[in-house]
Design a protein around this ligand. Structure first.
Ligand code: GLN
Length: 478
């Protein structure tokens, strides 16, 4: 079997035609993971659980039972998503030996659909980063060039798919952590509308921005996984029920043909500082879409320039609150020998958090502190509303937006670790979708400097269908 060729459909075709069994496929994945250990894509493996699941699928096939959507499909899971009985560290020393006591809702749904969970993937500590270099367990390497970062924070998941160690993966995206590594590794990454997918069992980073999304080889696979994990969950009050989604999407006009679709190109996204080769690739793709009949319209998102600043105020504010739970008492590491409770907190956090969580806790508590709250946090919230209004307005004129996913291709490991601002600039094109809550996908768009380039398609709230349609047009026919 050739793992490189396997998409979800091809996996199931191979299983049904008995080209390979689920057990053989699963063993092959573990063999590849072992062979590619140097990539450091995985933090924990689920060998026993995966093989038991594979045997169940093989029995099902032998008995002629129909397959469910993901029966036999190997999937890798970012380490901040809980999989029952498996160590979930979120890339942090503070949770080094923490065993998840329950399945996240998305995991429960994947298991019910027959997916085979291979293991947990490496990530920036608590998803704070754009390169996976902030993992307490060493950086992940980009499989296209091992001297380069895979992007982050879902770097391990992106590499698991790009290096064909797994057919698909899950990541989490708070400011681009699914799309940016997908872009840098040459695979597909999708961030759903805020509220489309339950966050229950995802270790919270910034709760008003976090969404779980698939990383896959094709747009179709991303769509299949999204449709498996989406939906209302009573354990996440921000998840939205189908009825409400239907009311929202019922107002959209049904457009299946590229000729009926108007694509907006936000002029603010073509900035100086963007790699000219990356820009050329994206612009070529836009002209190809135009030649094939799509209407292309230059649009303006006047507050786009503030999105990164808004994100880097609201996000650390929420991070500082969410990370307060790692106190040496409730979960994971606990430093002994402290004189009192407060000292236990201080010792545990000082010793076990890496630099980036500490940096964001300091930034977050600062912007929330009295005296500065109005100047930073409140101001950022107001600007967030204006950014949302920009998108609302633009989606009365166009069906979706196309932009680059990142301003450059993958950079060298170590190149930006000492310059947090340069690192944060990587997120310039991805954060707006989280700030506004809209869906966005990144998919491969050729190469520059021998490395993958990603193109981003953004849609309106719950407009995932059109995002997938346009992405498929880019992927298949251009
Ligand atoms: N790179 C961004 C950050 O460091 C996004 C992280 C994410 O989406 N989890 O905040």
């Amino acid at each position: 079997m050739d793992l490189k060729k396997l998409t979800i459909k091809k996996t199931q075709e191979g299983l049904l035609s008995k080209e390979f069994s689920a057990v053989e496929l699963t063993k092959e994945c573990f063999k590849e993971i072992e062979k590619e250990k140097d990539l450091n894509a995985f933090l924990a493996l689920n060998k026993d659980g995966a093989l038991i699941q594979a045997e169940i699928i093989d029995k099902k096939i032998t008995s002629g039972e129909a397959l469910k959507k993901l029966d036999g499909v190997p999937i890798a899971i970012k380490d901040n998503i809980l999989v029952k009985d498996i160590i979930s560290t979120s890339g942090s020393k503070i949770l080094e030996n923490y065993v998840a006591p329950y399945d996240a809702t998305v995991i429960q749904k994947l298991k019910e659909s027959g997916a085979i969970i291979l293991g947990k993937t490496n990530m920036d500590e608590f998803a704070l980063g754009s390169s996976t270099e902030n993992s307490a367990f060493g950086p992940t390497k980009n499989s296209r060039n091992r001297e380069c970062v895979p992007g982050g924070s879902s770097g391990g998941s992106a590499v698991a798919v790009a290096a064909d160690l797994s057919v698909a993966a899950l990541g989490s995206d708070t400011g681009g952590s699914v799309r940016q590594p997908a872009s840098l590794c040459g695979v597909v990454g999708f961030k759903p509308t805020y509220g489309a997918v339950s966050r229950y069992g995802l270790m919270a980073m910034a709760s008003s921005l976090d969404q779980i999304g698939p990383i896959t080889k094709t747009v179709e696979d991303a769509e299949i996984i999204f449709n498996t994990i989406r939906g209302k969950d009573k354990l996440d009050s921000t998840s939205v029920d189908d009825e409400r989604v239907k009311i929202i999407t019922g107002k959209f006009s049904k457009k299946k043909n590229l000729k009926d679709i108007t694509i907006g190109i936000p002029k603010e996204y073509f900035i100086s500082g963007m790699d000219s080769e990356v820009e050329k690739n994206i612009k070529n793709k836009i002209s190809e879409l135009e030649k094939r009949g799509a209407k292309i319209k230059e649009v303006s998102l006047p507050h786009a320039d503030y999105a990164l600043a808004v994100y880097y105020i609201i996000m650390p504010a929420e991070v500082s609150a969410n990370l307060a739970r790692y106190d040496g008492i409730r979960y994971g590491a606990s430093e002994r020998g402290a004189k009192n409770l407060l000292e236990t907190y201080f010792k545990t956090r000082a010793k076990n958090f890496g630099d980036e969580p500490k940096r964001r806790i300091m930034l977050g508590t600062y912007v929330l502190s009295s005296g500065y709250y109005d100047a930073y946090y409140l101001q950022a919230q107001k600007m967030r509303t204006l950014i949302q209004e920009d998108f609302k307005k633009v989606f009365t004129e166009v069906d979706c937006l196309i932009t680059p996913t990142t301003p450059t291709t993958a950079f060298k490991i170590g190149e930006k670790v000492d310059d947090p601002l340069a690192m944060y600039l990587n997120d310039i094109f991805t954060v707006s979708a989280n700030v506004a809550g809209i869906p966005a996908i990144s998919l491969p768009c050729g190469e520059a400097h021998g490395l993958p380039v990603g193109i981003q398609v953004m849609g309106q709230w719950f407009g995932e269908e059109i995002v997938f349609e346009v992405a498929k047009e880019i992927e298949n026919k251009l």
